[in-house]
Design a protein around this ligand. Structure first.
Ligand code: PMP
Length: 386
């Protein structure tokens, strides 16, 4: 049976393979013995291999061991977990914060805790899979509005039954397009229709806003939106997810989020690493400046060559190709020219919008970016995209 199912996927050019990388996350990695420029990681600030963060993880692992031994609510809450949450709350300027094993688990735990049967969730069509799964799991009525389409959302809000508890769910930075949600307008609509706004800021944390506190900071909405969700696995360079907010919200979530309650606490070494990473992130704003300068250089190069990069306004840059097989060929061409930027295909992105998803980090050099632009030119010419 699985042969047939895999065969079907293959026929549509939708089979995935794992590419083994034998070095750590860095601007260049080794794949099959070859050094390749990596344009695909979400380690936006180049922190995953930072010696001070590795040291913090190692020291905490020596002291507390590798595993946490139990759920946080049983006996797994170790001092590094509490230190991590205090550091997160300070960073996000909220009263409190709760850490989860991953960003996926944060959404999966928080949304069903915040809204359930009888409620209504309206989510952007391009929301991340973890949000979609969380919305389905919640048992609330779940509708999709067209991507960033405020008129569509307004129509859905105005048609709902009066006094029905409603939550609008969106990414802050969309993970496959790199564009931003119009959060000010979304917040205005939720206020007008007495709904709540839940923003997944996985790709905004550490990247967006004057001081890197995220997309809510970018739009000056930190004080007004109650749920601040993000990950620790992208710009923070570690692993995990979080919700930051009021004491009451956090106490409520730790009593009701099943993906927090019924899973073993994250390794203490990771929690200590997060504390070190948040500290470096805030002390070294130049990392964010380099990230944005690199992003501008790459976008300029791609624009000059005539590539379509959509509405990207972040270090995620999609090069939309269309057919899955063409996107695969493009990725292979790039790889042959020393650049690893994989093809992203359905169901990760909608039909006919297969693409190369490029991410740039603060660790790339100007020469590496220029090399990437050359590789894109050659690959683009070879499939007659430009
Ligand atoms: N939300 C968004 C928007 C994401 O892009 C991702 C990761 N791809 C997640 C949540 C899940 O985060 P994590 O990788 O920490 O599980």
């Amino acid at each position: 049976m699985f042969d047939k199912l895999l065969g079907d996927l293959d026929a549509q050019h939708l089979t995935r393979h794992l590419t083994e990388v034998s070095t750590g996350v860095a601007p260049t990695v080794t794949i099959d013995g070859r050094e390749i420029l990596l344009l695909a990681s979400n380690d936006y600030l180049g922190l995953a291999g930072h010696p001070d963060i590795v040291h913090a993880a190692t020291e905490a692992t020596r002291r507390y061991g590798v595993g946490s031994g139990a759920s946080r609510l049983v006996s797994g809450t170790l001092s590094p977990h509490k230190d991590m949450e205090r550091a997160l709350a300070r960073f996000k300027r909220t009263a409190s914060a709760l850490a989860f094993g991953s960003g996926y688990l944060a959404n999966l735990g928080a949304i069903p805790a915040l809204i359930g049967r009888g409620g209504l969730i309206l989510a952007d069509r391009l929301c991340h899979a973890s949000l979609i799964d969380a919305c389905r799991l919640s048992g609330a009525d779940f509708r999709i509005y067209r991507h960033n389409d405020l008129d569509h959302l307004k129509a859905l809000l105005s048609r709902r039954k009066a006094a029905r508890r409603t939550m609008v769910v969106t990414d802050g930075v969309f993970s496959m397009d790199g564009d931003l949600a119009p959060l000010a307008e979304l917040f205005g609509l939720t206020r007008q229709y007495d709904a709540e706004l839940y923003v997944d800021d996985a790709h905004g944390t550490g990247v967006m806003g004057q001081t890197g506190r995220g997309t809510l900071e970018h739009f000056h909405l930190e004080e007004t939106v109650p749920f601040h969700m993000g990950t620790l696995s992208k710009a923070v360079g570690c692993a995990g997810g979080y919700i930051a907010g009021t004491e009451t919200l956090i106490t409520f979530l730790l009593n009701t989020s099943r993906s927090f309650m019924y899973t073993t606490a994250p390794p203490p070494g990771i929690a200590a690493a997060v504390v070190a990473a948040l500290d470096i992130m805030q002390r070294e704003p130049e990392r964010r400046q380099r990230l944005w300068a690199n992003r501008e250089r790459l976008c300029d190069g791609l624009n000059r060559l005539g590539f379509t990069i959509g509405a990207s306004a972040s270090p995620i840059i999609p090069i939309i190709i269309g057919r899955a097989d063409r996107a695969l060929t493009f990725a292979e061409q790039l790889f042959s020219k020393g650049v690893f930027a994989p093809a992203i295909r359905p169901p990760t992105v909608p039909e006919s919008t297969s693409r190369i998803r490029v991410t740039v980090t603060s660790a790339h050099t100007a020469e590496q970016i220029d090399h990437a632009v050359t590789a894109f030119r050659l690959a683009g010419e070879s499939i007659r995209l430009i």
